[in-house]
Design a protein around this ligand. Structure first.
Ligand code: 3HC
Length: 693
């Protein structure tokens, strides 16, 4: 039963259920049924209604998976339900446990009163999906808590606890969770007895509040249409409710059809989809990992330790160099202290995290850990000796993970006696901040180890994406094609600032040349040298090597493709580099030409798409959405564009293929061999999205 009712005396208790998060689904008929039941109960003698839900939370809001190309019909049912609650002849009390988010909170706002469990969270996070609260929230929240506070909550999309919600006037009472049914009933009885006439409150919206919010939005580096529309809706809340609701519905519908919201919704659902491993026995239960050893106390090892400590694990940091260990411990401690100073972490929590960290200089200290992550120098021989040593020292059932970014996980697993317990965990720097974690499945990795590694990723706050073994895994394999176009564009006529500017204007968090200067140009150089040995004769641009040969490795040496005077983090264009590029073009016999920003974006992004289609077809990535989640969470791809594969779907695969074929006919066309999967889908009129399951 999705909607059920029972009576407690003259009070009707209406319960709805739609696992796992009680999304207000229109398509399944849930909201229609709920509206009918609420209306019937009001008309058939109940003196008041308690509205509650089963499961772990009140409601996660409108069913995002329902949203398509017809915003009116997608949410009309929710609006009708909410109208029905708001118009109820008898008082309705919402009993909120777990969470009331988005449309779920809007449903509760339409009730005459709200009681929340003290553990409940409330919020209107629609803005994070490029939307606004479109079922009355922009109108009812300001009426309840005032325009200023309502604006803050809706523009940030943050959730608040029940106590804060009560202080704001958003809920009428807060009780322990076990008290919730009784408290909701008691309040319903009281309201039934008092029988107050239901009147919609008015709210005065100060013109200065609106002007300030608009000015703050205009000052942002990346203004958002969703935030602008939320401000307009709150301005409209100062007028008649019906008019305000009409403004809200119109602007919500516009946002639903926007590319930004489509991309953000894909990102939300995609983050959850990538947790599913196709073909894995659903009976396999991941283990809960409580203790870890991290081997190597450099930037990566230290960052990983911070991420694990922040997730409540105990960590032993192992390094043969006591000095390096001491520096790492100081760095880790400072990170937590800084968070305390900024008010983001209590002093007690910081102390507990520091106390959960211990150090050792011997691999024997890994003996008790549930998982050991090696983050030593990226060299096969170094890894061989560390992995073999760990294999001997660790508990036989513990998981052994390598944080390699390029090496063959199957070869690494071969250095141990038990390759089934070996998995790759490719963190991205800084490991305590970047959300992406590529989980590399070796040939012999045990399914239970894999399931545990994916669960571990989620528990430490990362987006774990499964990747098969290949050079560069998903992310860096695509990045190589992206960078190849960057070097070619520089040879053909573009300059660094133009390339970075074009891609940043398009939405990338940072242009590729800035990224390489930040990461260190020498890293790419050493990979290119390795490839030159492994794959002799493979064509590549010598341009970045010329820059490295000058000792210009990027920010850390004060110069790379840009200059960083006196340790500046923001680079300035360098005429010497421009001259070097021009010289290189001439030496290669390339006649430079004016290159438009559009060509820069097309070539760089379609290079990602084409290689992304290849990694999907090869089974390195499980689905196109896995490629998207790698790029959104590890490479600064704009979330509003949903990831390279989603973006290609939105552009239309036939068009993308046509452009790729045009590039293939141009200079260095060999790099544009169209991916057979792209050709196949384009011919069949299908999208990459059809493969996301
Ligand atoms: N619609 C559809 N599916 C949803 C959903 C929603 N609103 N919220 C969560 N789900 C799905 C997830 O995709 C996931 O599916 P899966 O099991 O197939 O992978 C499943 O529910 C569980 O979700 P989580 O893994 O995120 O579970 P958590 O316990 O970690 O978090 C949550 C629960 C806090 C509710 C979190 O899912 C969440 O933040 N949901 C989105 C809340 C939101 O943004 N609501 C606004 C929706 S738009 C709206 O309401 C418009 C209205 O104004 C008209």
């Amino acid at each position: 039963m999705r909607v059920s009712t029972e009576r407690d005396g003259e009070i009707a208790i209406v319960t709805f259920a739609n696992p796992p998060v009680n999304a207000l689904s229109v398509g399944t008929g849930l909201v229609g049924e709920l509206a009918r039941v609420v209306a019937n109960e009001g008309a058939s003698g109940a003196r008041a209604i308690v509205l509650r839900s089963d499961g772990r939370l009140f409601s996660g809001g409108a069913d995002i998976a329902d949203f398509g190309d017809d915003p009116d019909s997608d949410v009309a049912g929710i609006r009708a339900l909410i109208d029905c609650v708001a118009a109820s002849k008898v008082p309705v009390v919402a009993a909120i446990h777990g969470a009331a988010l988005g449309g779920g909170l809007e449903l509760a706002l339409a009730a005459q009163a709200r009681v929340a469990a003290d553990s409940a969270k409330l919020g209107l996070p629609e803005v994070t999906l490029g939307l606004l609260p479109g079922a009355g929230g922009t109108q009812r929240l300001p009426r309840l808590i005032g325009a200023d506070k309502a604006l803050e909550l809706m523009l940030s999309g943050r959730t608040i606890g029940a106590a804060q919600a009560q202080a704001l006037g958003l809920v009428d009472a807060v009780v322990g969770e076990s008290e919730l049914p009784r408290a909701a009933l008691a309040l319903a009885r009281r309201l039934a007895d008092e029988a107050p006439p239901r009147t919609e409150r008015a709210v005065s919206v100060d013109a200065a509040t609106i002007a300030n919010a608009r000015a703050a939005e205009a000052a942002r580096a990346r203004p958002s249409l969703a935030r602008q529309h939320i401000i307009t809706c709150v301005e409209a809340a100062g007028s008649d409710l019906r008019d305000g609701l009409a403004v809200e519905a119109r602007l919500f519908n516009e946002l639903m059809l926007s590319e930004a919201s489509r991309g953000l919704r894909h990102a939300f659902l995609g983050e959850r989809m990538v947790q599913r491993i196709a073909g894995l026995d659903p009976a396999i239960r991941p283990r809960r990992l409580a203790s870890a050893a991290v081997v190597g106390s450099g930037t990566m090892g230290g960052g990983i330790a911070i991420a694990l400590l922040a997730a409540g694990m105990t960590v032993t940091l192992i390094d043969t160099q006591p000095d390096a260990l001491a520096r790492a411990v100081a760095r880790i401690g400072k990170t937590f202290d800084d968070q305390t100073a900024k008010g983001r972490l209590s002093a007690e929590a910081a102390a507990a995290r520091k106390a959960a960290l211990s150090t050792a200089t011997d691999l024997a200290a890994s003996a008790q850990a549930d998982i050991v992550i090696e983050a030593v120098f990226e060299d096969l021989d170094v890894k061989r000796s560390v992995l073999a040593g760990l294999d001997a020292a660790m508990r036989p059932d513990a998981i052994l993970a390598s944080n390699t970014s390029t090496l063959d996980v199957d070869r690494l697993a071969g250095f141990t006696r038990n390759p089934a317990r070996v998995v790759g965990l490719h963190f991205f720097s800084p490991a305590n901040i970047m959300r992406l974690l590529e989980v590399i499945r070796g040939r012999e990795t045990d399914p239970e180890v894999l399931a545990t590694a994916m669960d571990f990723a989620r528990r430490i706050g990362k987006v774990g994406v499964l990747s098969g073994v290949c050079d560069g895994f998903i992310g860096n394999r695509l990045f190589e094609e992206y960078l190849r176009q960057v070097w070619l564009l520089l040879e053909e006529g573009a300059l660094p600032a133009q390339i970075d500017g074009a891609l940043e204007a398009w939405g990338m968090a940072m242009g590729p040349l800035k990224v390489m200067d930040l990461a260190g140009q020498d890293i790419g150089w050493s990979i290119r040298k390795r490839r030159a040995v492994e794959q002799p004769g493979r064509p590549y641009s010598k341009l970045p090597d010329l820059v490295c040969e000058l000792g210009r490795f990027g920010q850390k040496t004060g110069a790379g493709f840009y200059l960083y005077p006196e340790g500046a983090r923001k680079g300035v264009p360098d005429p010497e580099i421009d001259a070097l590029i021009l010289r290189h073009s001439a030496e290669q016999g390339i006649e430079r030409r004016a290159i438009g920003d559009e060509e820069i974006v097309e070539r760089c992004v379609y290079a990602l798409v084409n290689e992304g289609a290849k990694v999907v077809a090869e089974g390195i990535a499980q689905r196109p959405v896995d490629v998207d989640m790698v790029y959104l969470n590890g490479y600064g791809f704009p979330a509003e564009r949903g990831g390279p594969m989603f973006y290609a779907d939105r552009i239309g695969l036939p068009h993308v293929l046509e452009r790729i074929r045009a590039f293939a006919a141009g200079r260095e066309g060999w790099a544009w061999e169209p991916a057979p999967l792209l050709v196949e889908l384009a011919a069949a009129g299908k999208s990459f999205g059809t493969l996301n399951r």
